[in-house]
Write a protein that binds this ligand. Structure first.
Ligand code: NAD
Ligand code: MG
Length: 387
């Protein structure tokens, strides 16, 4: 039986990955890692029988060891533990479903160990795409996108390769729902509360990405993710607001043909496609009903209100470690907003300030990426006080 490992098994992508595994029944789970939800992790251990699990904090890992003393599962903790899960010999594919730059080191380690990557953790490509993509090519490891838009692009590219090479991508049409504040103007964002921002119209996801979707920072991260995954220059990636989230993204070729992937909003499809690529399997759930939908609509993104998106394009244009400054600032700002320590519009203010403040480095290695992250955190603490 093929076996996989999952980083972030208790989260939104992690649990949906396990639901695909449960429904298909022919993939085994070799190793799991989670943050702090040991109650759910224990249930997953009892259902899927991994041999190795990682819990971030050692104290929580110790408690878990006691409550599963009847099983022969090894429980590890911390970054060392995450790295062990990432390279676990019996797994052939790693699903990266943790949030943020924390995923960089385990992703790199997994590629070095020859694991296929089903990549949900977009922050790793945004900040370290220039290290990860060449390494994956060198090791012959596929990076299979789990993000719904990137899976749609990947699906739309099937058939692009022919005997003589590969058909050129003229443009990528990256769709965006527009989030819960679509149609609002900049001044109307001032008193948005955490609860408002967590109410996404079409998708149920982890908190960080839900906030990112509301600010359109998520779309900015996705433009950078697409650049690395598909080797397309940012000018060729166009964000299209499409509130129904039915067209998950599209590729325009040189002859003007636009190939898209459509479906109901259900993350299990891109997850399953990544797990079984290039095979398609049956999948339970609702089917797309065009008659019930009636119409699909499209708008340009409002770049004046949602500054996160133009800031992402600027970060990409400047390159080097600036996307890391963008991403690290956003990770910290979103955490502060969730803790109710800053106001909603400050998220993009903090991103802009950290991009301004960062000292430019052209091709940062892993240490320089992590230093840029630490500098952004320090700067935020200094400038925004005891937050
Ligand atoms: P989530 O918050 O629901 O889950 C995060 C998971 O990571 C949890 O299992 C948590 O326990 C684990 N985790 C957190 N800190 C950890 C640590 N220190 N060590 C080990 N595990 C830790 O997040 P999510 O929505 O599933 O998103 C995961 C990633 O996938 C993000 O990068 C996100 O941008 C991307 N993504 C998510 C969706 C979605 O529909 N949820 C769609 C596209 C892309
Ligand atoms: Mg997405």
């Amino acid at each position: 039986m093929r076996k996989i490992a999952i980083l972030g098994s208790t989260g939104s992508i992690g649990t949906q990955t396990l639901s695909v595994v449960r429904e298909q029944g022919d993939i085994g789970v070799a190793a799991l890692a989670a943050g702090s939800n040991t109650v759910l992790l224990e249930r997953q251990i009892r259902e899927f029988s991994p041999e190795l699990v990682c819990v971030w904090e050692e104290a929580a890992a110790a408690r878990l060891r006691e409550s599963i003393a009847d099983l022969s599962v090894r429980v590890v903790s911390g970054m060392e533990g995450l790295l062990e899960v990432a390279v676990y010999p019996k797994s052939e594919l790693l699903v990266t479903a943790i949030v943020g730059m924390l995923g960089i080191r385990p992703t790199i380690a997994a590629i070095q160990a020859g694991k296929k990557i089903a990549l949900a953790n977009k922050e790793t490509l945004v900040t370290a795409g220039h290290l990860i993509m060449p390494l994956a090519r060198e090791r012959g490891v596929p990076i299979l996108p789990v993000d719904s838009e990137h899976s749609a692009i990947f699906q739309s590219l099937q058939g692009a390769v022919y005997d003589g090479g590969r058909n050129r991508i003229e443009k990528i049409l990256l769709t965006a729902s527009g989030g819960p504040f679509r149609g609002k103007k900049r001044e109307e964002l001032a008193d948005i509360q955490v609860e408002d921002a967590l109410r996404h119209p079409n998708w149920s996801m982890g908190k960080k990405i839900t906030i990112d979707s509301s600010t359109l920072v998520n779309k900015g991260l996705e433009v950078m993710e697409a650049k690395w995954l598909f080797g397309v220059e940012p000018e060729r990636i166009q964000v299209v607001v499409h509130p129904q989230s039915v067209i998950h993204s599209a590729v325009e070729y040189e002859d003007g043909a636009v190939i898209a992937q459509l479906g109901t909003p259900d993350m299990r499809l891109p997850i399953q496609y990544a797990l079984y690529y290039p095979e398609r399997r049956p999948l339970s759930g609702e089917r797309l009903d065009l008659f019930a939908l009636g119409q699909l609509t499209f708008e340009r993104p409002d770049l004046d209100t949602f500054r996160g998106l133009p800031l992402a394009y600027e970060a990409m244009r400047r390159g080097g470690n600036i996307p890391t400054a963008f991403n690290a600032a956003n990770e910290r700002a979103v955490a502060l907003f969730l803790e109710r320590k800053i106001a909603y519009p400050q998220i993009t203010e903090i991103i802009a300030a950290c991009m301004e403040e960062a000292s430019y480095q052209e091709a940062p290695d892993l240490d320089a990426i992590l230093e840029t992250e630490a500098s952004a955190y320090e700067y935020i603490a200094r400038r925004w006080g005891e937050v």
